[in-house]
Design a binder for this molecule. Structure first.
Ligand SMILES: *Cc1c(COP(=O)(O)O)cnc(C)c1O
Length: 392
């Protein structure tokens, strides 16, 4: 194939044409600062508020509970640090999981250095958090539970409703990093008892560098960025108006026909998984077999380095990833794969193929075909694989 086959939609997605068109005027003729009193400014203000309404509606929140940030990482940092600092009189204990995004894990590690205590919950072989361990970990000092909605590497969806219920019963704030879920799965923050939720537009065909934190009315949280009075005194800085407008349009499009889009994605996902498992030996599927993101495929090929696999795929015009975008490029095996119990040598040979709205059945079949060749070629160079084959 001549064109690039993009199967890394969990790393980022392209901005959809309609989204870009909605954004463009806000870079040029409609450039006003939303805080300015004249009409050029109020025009921007109106656009920001319309976007806020769309985002709130998509997750069952009130517009005043949506606060724009510069993306998912900032929303994660804010939720964790903001709750920790604002509630330290009440307690100093935070509960999270071992498979969170680094936006959560590194923030928690930072807080540990400031004297906070953090419990990192285990997950089972499919990457699901242990609810009994969660209940047992709660103590009088616990102020926050932060568990991701869906994992960015292996796609596993967590029992968010049950976690929300436990948090509510104990009177503890519940934050969820829903960066992989928003725009892909239907979410209702009230039904799920979510107090805070992180999202990022570039994971659902919106622009990069814009996201939001949902904060339930009444939650006691400190600001992360101090300065002007934007975002009701909670997040200072002149608003990224084009980004905000794009995010509003993107979320609206994402939830339009979501059932049909997800049916198609699940069909492609299952076809890809079957193609790989049926045609390649010594391979395992990571993540939950059914309760996973519609577009997520994560597999480990024994006797192969994830890095060499990615380079070979790239030469065939296929974009994919190994581990998470933040860890590929280093030699560390993925913390998520280690948490689900994979040994180091296997955790190194992982491949994530994340499908999106633009992928086709033809592309899926092409990728399977190429993978069969590449895996065979790379294994032919592996002395370990030769030994295993002879030993049989
Ligand atoms: C991508 C991602 C983030 C980080 O979002 P940015 O917008 O890149 O800062 C956080 N959490 C999860 C689960 C993600 O997939």
């Amino acid at each position: 194939m001549d064109k690039l086959i993009y199967m890394d939609n969990s790393a980022t997605t392209p901005v959809k044409k309609e989204v870009l068109e909605t954004m463009l005027p806000y870079f040029s003729e409609k450039f006003g600062n939303p805080s300015s009193v004249y009409s050029l400014g109020s025009q921007s203000k109106v656009a920001v508020e319309e976007s806020r309404e769309k985002i709130a509606k998509a997750i069952g929140a009130k517009p005043k509970e949506i606060f724009f940030t510069a993306g998912g990482s900032e929303a994660d940092n804010w939720a964790i640090k903001g709750i920790a600092y604002a509630n330290k009189e009440k307690g100093n204990h935070i509960i999270t999981s071992k498979i969170e995004h680094h936006g959560i894990l590194h923030t928690c590690e930072y807080l540990e250095k400031q004297g906070f205590k953090v419990t990192y919950l285990d997950v089972d072989e499919y990457g699901v958090v242990d609810l009994e361990q969660l209940k047992d970990s709660i103590n009088d000092e616990t102020i926050l539970i932060s568990i991701m909605y869906a994992n960015n590497e292996i796609g596993t969806i967590q029992p968010v409703e049950e976690i929300g219920q436990i948090a509510k019963e104990k009177g503890i704030y519940f934050h969820t990093d829903a960066v992989q879920a928003v725009g892909h799965i239907k979410i209702d923050v009230n039904k799920l008892n979510i107090d805070m939720l992180s999202m990022a537009a570039h994971k659902f065909y919106g622009p990069k560098g814009i996201g939001a934190l949902y904060i339930r009315q009444g939650v006691k949280i400190d600001p992360l960025i101090s300065g002007g009075g934007q975002e009701r005194n909670r997040r200072a800085g002149t608003e990224n108006v084009p980004g905000i407008v794009g995010m509003g349009k993107a979320i609206e499009l994402a939830y339009k026909d979501i059932e049909e889009k997800n049916q198609k994605l699940i069909y492609l996902r299952e076809r890809l998984i079957k193609g790989i498992l049926d045609n390649i030996d010594h391979v395992r599927l990571n993540g939950h077999p059914t309760n996973r993101l519609p577009g997520n495929v994560n597999v480990c090929f024994e006797f192969i380095e994830g890095e060499s696999l990615l380079l070979s795929l790239d030469m065939e015009g296929i974009a994919a990833s190994s581990g998470s975008a933040c860890t590929s490029g280093t030699l560390d095996p993925s913390h998520v794969l280690l948490a689900i119990g994979l040994p180091h040598e296997i955790a190194h040979g992982s491949l994530r193929l994340s499908l999106g709205d633009f992928n086709t059945e033809e592309e899926v079949d092409y990728v399977v075909e190429k993978l069969v060749d590449i895996v065979a070629r790379l294994r032919a160079m592996s002395p370990l694989y030769e030994k295993v084959k002879e030993g049989k």
